[in-house]
Ligand binder design. Structure first.
Ligand code: NAD
Ligand code: GLY
Length: 361
């Protein structure tokens, strides 16, 4: 088992990473002073695969468990579902010492965190992430939230979990496209923070894509270590944490401009990472050879790197302006200066942005 500490004073917590540890989650919960009433939040897809061992393990330790299932899909990550979750938590008589356990990907984890942060003014929650994206990114760091008809993740809180329990075996059932999408966030950590990790990714694509246990364990651990370090230094994104948005300014706009149906989040981030590397090159921050290494690694993990040419620039630009990351209308980009180090830059001209969104640039 690997243990990573997210250091946040009295809100510090551990990320525990192992293989085959899902049936031990009940024992993991015993280490805290939670009350006996517990809720498990999941969706029918994940619950069908892993609900039985998780529920059994929790009940075996003497907890009274209520199971809450929300239909599978980003379209259910909204306040209607949260209202339903509150109702189930109240019916199960969860008290202020109860814990809400999130079993699933980022959708379930984000909703669970939001519901936990607001139920009775805030109760504990535990993340049991089952997608690669959730294991390396969304389950760590305490950003919770739901979508609003006018914008993705626009309603949310910062609320840290008490524990993140990762069983990498769950990735065996994850659809390949979802697995690849999660790898985009892994590549992101190499570019923003750790050139040596980036080199590992360059050299071990074959092993990672073949689900080699050692390689997988390594990339999940290093990703969590980097995220834990960044979040520990800047929990509320007043500065440093924004570097985690590398690839996201353009990526998120592409997702919005294509109605969230064409690309998975990581696929759009992969396109955004290369576009933002090209932007850094145009501005003289990054040399061409490093930008091409970023493109090559994205390609080697089967992710897209080109901005599709059928999306009008105006719709990408207006989506970027609506993004939470824009400050008073100024678009801010996380730009690599070299692999392993980035800087944040605003005040870019429309022409500079438009240029890198062209396929031939
Ligand atoms: P997801 O939760 O929708 O899961 C993807 C699909 O995989 C779903 O159909 C799910 O049911 C299925 N699935 C999950 N685990 C499985 C398994 N082990 N085997 C088989 N199928 C499985 O998507 P995601 O990519 O995990 O998360 C995306 C969400 O995360 C978005 O809503 C995004 O906004 C959010 N997010 C949050 C943060 C954060 O910091 N809080 C960071 C990044 C993304
Ligand atoms: N996924 C970006 C962050 O957690 O800040």
């Amino acid at each position: 088992m690997q243990k990573i500490r997210v250091d946040l004073g009295d809100r510090s917590y551990n990320i525990l990473i192992d293989t085959g540890n899902l049936p031990d989650i009940g024992k993991g919960l015993l280490k805290f002073e939670f009350s006996k009433k517990i809720c498990l939040l999941s969706n029918p897809t994940v619950f069908g695969l892993y609900g039985a061992p998780v529920s059994r393990s929790i009940r075996d330790e003497g907890f009274e468990l209520a199971e809450i299932l929300i239909p599978d899909g980003e379209e259910y990550k909204n306040l209607d579902s949260v209202e339903q979750i509150y109702g189930e938590m109240l019916k199960a008589r969860l008290d202020r010492k109860s814990v809400l356990v999130a079993l699933g990907g980022g959708v379930i984890g984000d909703m669970a965190g939001f519901a936990a942060s607001t139920y009775m003014r805030g109760i504990d929650f535990v993340q049991v992430p089952t997608t690669l994206l959730a294991q390396v990114d969304s389950s760590v760091g305490g950003k919770t939230g739901v979508n609003h008809a006018l914008g993705k993740n626009m309603i949310g809180t910062f609320w840290q979990p008490r524990l993140v329990w990762v069983d990498t075996d769950t990735l065996k059932t994850l659809p390949k496209r979802e697995f690849l999408s999660g790898l985009a966030e892994v590549i992101k950590y190499g570019v923003i923070w750790d050139g040596e990790f980036f080199r590992f990714l360059e050299e071990n694509a074959g092993k990672v894509l073949a689900h080699d246990q050692e390689a997988l364990g390594h990339i999940i651990r290093v990703s969590c270590e980097i995220k834990a370090e960044v979040v520990s230094r800047d929990e509320r994104e007043s500065g440093l944490r924004a570097i985690l948005n590398y690839g996201h300014t353009i990526g998120h706009a592409i997702e919005t401009a294509t109605g969230y149906t064409r690309y998975l989040h990581g696929e759009a981030v992969a396109i955004g990472m290369y576009a933002e590397a090209k932007l850094a090159r145009r501005l003289g921050l990054l040399d061409g050879e490093q930008a091409e290494r970023i493109r090559a690694v994205i390609d080697s993990y089967g992710l897209p790197s080109d901005v599709p040419d059928d999306i009008p620039f105006e719709s990408v630009l207006s989506s970027m302006r609506l993004d939470k990351k824009a400050l008073s209308g100024d678009l801010r980009f996380v730009l690599p200066e070299r692999i392993g180090s980035v800087k944040i830059k605003g005040g870019l001209s429309r022409q500079e942005i438009e240029k890198v969104l062209e396929k031939s640039s």
